[in-house]
Design a protein around this ligand. Structure first.
Ligand code: SF4
Ligand code: ZN
Length: 728
């Protein structure tokens, strides 16, 4: 290896270790050595140290022990002409650097400067890890680019970020070059930062690089089943599964070298714009380790090539880029050219099956004015009718395919979509209009995406778009009739009516023991899969994650257990879960992955339960916020007293039927209450609880925020829960 790099990396590692020593000494002086240190809301402690050494750091005293370990790892300082054919000393220096940087960042959480401020996000908690890390596993994000430093100017920064986004990569940013950071450049360029847009500003110092590498380490622990302390398998998992690289922009300091050497341990190569010595032969990384002096307009292509990344860029004939990376992008009012639906104008989307001769593949027709006919900030009605035909197509598939409109449309940059059916809402940005985007491009996009993803069932796809109010209203009425028919089919169905339930194991990629058992009266906990959807999905992809489960003999009708369902759950959880109840949150409750729309939790003293939805960020009466609760309940475990579930399930007759059903609900946030008001009132009526009146007996954040307050409120309101049998 190059002598310069070894010397630099080792020198940088010594510097950073000295900084860690200093900040730790100060923290101990300020707070005492028993003081707790942690990154917020994580079960992985300081993840690099935890994953590589198995050491669970909880206090400053633990960090002192880590410092001893760092010193053992640090190779002695060498002079400039030190030469070795091995990467070894630099790699050790790199690992020592990452440990020391984790010490530094952890101490900052305690003594400041606090890592989360201004544009900086600091450590990702476990909810983000689950939500985002899964994308590394299921392929929607192949990996990440860890950008260190800054581009020479704002335009170059924006250009590089866009190219990385188009390849669906996450962009993790840290450090600065002479006071300028890549993140700040993006903000200046008007680019939206955050996990939603996959552009994540971790921190302004080089030590914030540990948030990227820590994320990678946690991915291996959580999705790769790697044990803490098994550093070899952790590094291999990352080399083989997470396509990440470091992009060093600007002057590479000793500390950058040292950190880059840490990344090379993971098989993440370094691509630099400056003229630093290269390390070309392969060994740890798949191809080269350090490639330098790359011009900015080639740097993304080069990085992708060096990391050996295969990315699929679907060529879709529309004037804006299309990629899952744009899915989370929002369009603010100021940036919007026009909008459709969203209670502002009538709108709907409807996918219907037609005969083969009725569909002309690729045809896109617009009836009514286009977006260039209206002024900025304007609105139009919009009807989207997708007509599909195929030898293997069935009417049951319509809703499953229709729901994809949301995902597909959102993937276009500058187009934003929310909702479905007749509550859809679309915005088109000024930038998209400038790029030449017209309404017909929505049709072209849908045509391409449907063929791409459903080639096995669809032969022909045509799209009709309507923007004249009268036509939209007329067609919407027709579509509403279809939606109602679909709902009626499911609404009329009970679990007793069918002999077969469906599994969903889509989430096993990150919660390996988790199975959703989907029955007519209990949809998947993410809310996206009803029994009919699972049945259709099974037919579309017979070897997919939705498999039929014959119920078999009833084991216990009250809690909802059947022998074949239990057998299925047992075998598909690798023997970890032996029994699972469909209607109980106490006896063998269903496992929870991480995508539940709501969590129900026992409030023991009230005789009832609280339900909190994902959108509610505040503290709840059980003493935990949604995010903390999710960490406790999620991950594929059975947690008696807690279940993750969909919003729809609240209105089901089988909602925790074994424990007495909705009579047990004593607290929910107002927003959730109003969302489920109608169905809940109807259920309450059927149960003789007094319809709407029962809803008033349920506490919410305006009346109670602690368990005691809930008890007081419901006692005054004469809620039935306190007089019911105890749940346990
Ligand atoms: Fe499937 Fe359940 Fe995951 Fe939803 S939460 S995708 S139903 S396994
Ligand atoms: Zn899930």
């Amino acid at each position: 290896m190059s002598k310069l790099i070894a010397a630099s990396a080792i020198r940088g590692a010594h510097n950073i270790a000295a900084q860690a020593q200093e900040i730790l000494a100060r923290a101990i002086e300020d707070k005492g050595r028993d003081s707790k240190v942690e990154f917020p809301n994580t079960g992985y402690y300081l993840p690099i140290i935890y994953s590589m050494t198995g050491r669970a750091v909880e206090t400053l005293a633990d960090l002192e022990e880590v410092m001893v370990e760092i010193k053992d790892l640090l190779p002695p300082l060498v002079d400039e002409d030190f030469w070795t054919p091995y990467l070894g000393p630099a790699l050790d220096a790199g690992m020592a650097t990452l440990f020391a940087e984790e010490v530094i960042e952890a101490c900052k959480y305690l003594t400041g400067p606090y890592p989360v401020q201004d544009i900086w996000l600091g450590a990702a908690d476990d909810v983000i890890l689950r939500e985002r890390g899964i994308q590394f596993v299921d392929g929607t994000a192949p990996g990440f680019a860890a950008i260190v430093g800054a581009a020479p100017d704002v335009e170059t920064a924006v250009e590089i970020a866009r190219k990385l986004q188009e390849r669906s990569l996450y962009v993790f940013m840290c450090a600065h070059d002479n006071g300028t950071s890549f993140s700040q450049q993006l903000v200046e360029g008007g680019v939206q930062l955050g996990w939603e847009t996959r552009l994540v500003p971790f921190g302004p110092d080089i030590s914030a690089a540990i948030y990227s590498l820590g994320f990678a380490s946690r991915a291996a622990l959580s999705f790769g089943g790697v044990q803490p302390g098994d550093f070899r398998r952790n590094l291999l998992y990352n080399k083989n599964r997470i396509f990440a690289f470091v992009m060093a922009l600007g002057e590479v300091t000793d500390e950058w070298y040292a950190t880059a050497a840490g990344a090379i341990n993971y098989g993440f190569p370094v691509i630099a714009d400056s003229d630093i010595p290269e390390i070309l032969p392969t060994g740890i990384c798949t191809y080269e380790h350090v490639v330098s002096n790359i011009p900015h307009d080639k740097i993304v292509e080069k990085a992708v090539e060096v990391r050996g990344l295969k990315v699929k860029i679907t060529e879709i004939p529309i004037p804006v880029p299309v990629s899952p990376a744009f899915e989370g992008e929002r369009i603010r009012k100021e940036d919007m050219h026009c909008e459709f639906g969203g209670q502002r104008t009538p709108g709907f989307e409807w996918l219907r099956m037609r005969e083969l001769e009725e569909v002309e593949d690729g045809r896109v027709a617009l009836e009514g004015p286009d977006i260039d006919a209206i002024e900025a900030g304007g609105k139009l009605p919009l009807g989207i009718v997708v007509e599909v035909a195929g030898r293997k197509m069935q009417p049951d598939f319509e809703p499953v395919l229709e729901r994809q409109v949301h995902t597909f449309v959102n993937e276009a940059q500058g187009i934003w979509h929310m909702g479905q059916r007749d509550i859809n809402w679309v915005r088109i940005s000024k930038d998209a209009l400038k790029a030449g985007f017209k309404l017909e491009h929505i049709g072209k996009l849908l045509h391409a995406k449907y063929h791409d993803e459903y080639w096995n069932i669809l032969d022909k796809v045509q799209v009709k778009l309507y923007t004249e109010e009268q036509t939209v209203l007329k067609l919407r009425k027709q579509a509403q009739g279809v939606y109602a028919d679909r709902d009626a089919r499911l609404a009329g169905m009970t679990d007793e009516d069918v002999e077969t339930f469906y599994s969903c194991t889509l989430c096993q990629s990150f919660a390996p023991n988790h199975v959703c058992v989907v029955s007519p009266e209990r949809p998947g906990l993410c809310g996206a899969y009803s029994w009919l959807d699972c049945r259709a999905a099974f037919e579309i992809t017979p070897s997919g994650p939705n498999q039929p489960i014959a119920k078999g003999n009833t084991v216990d009708p009250t809690v909802g257990q059947w022998d074949k369902v239990n057998a299925f759950v047992s075998s598909s959880s690798g023997g970890n879960i032996e029994r699972m109840s469909q209607y109980s949150m106490i006896v063998d409750p269903m496992t929870s992955c991480g995508c539940f729309e709501c969590i129900a939790a026992l409030l023991p003293s009230t005789g009832g339960i609280m339900i909190v939805n994902r959108e509610y960020p505040e503290m709840t009466p059980c003493g935990m916020k949604f995010s903390t609760l999710a960490g406790t309940v999620g991950g594929g475990q059975q947690t008696p007293g807690f279940i993750g579930h969909s919003k729809h399930y609240i209105g089901s007759k089988k909602f925790i039927a074994a424990e007495g059903g909705i009579k047990r609900i004593v607290w929910m946030p107002t927003a959730l209450k109003s969302e489920v008001r109608e169905v809940l009132a109807k259920r309450a009526d059927e149960l003789g609880l007094g319809g709407e009146e029962f809803l008033e007996k349920i506490a919410d954040e305006t009346s109670a925020t602690t368990e005691e307050e809930v008890l007081e409120f419901i006692t005054n309101a004469n809620h039935p829960a306190p007089t019911m049998d105890p749940m346990f």
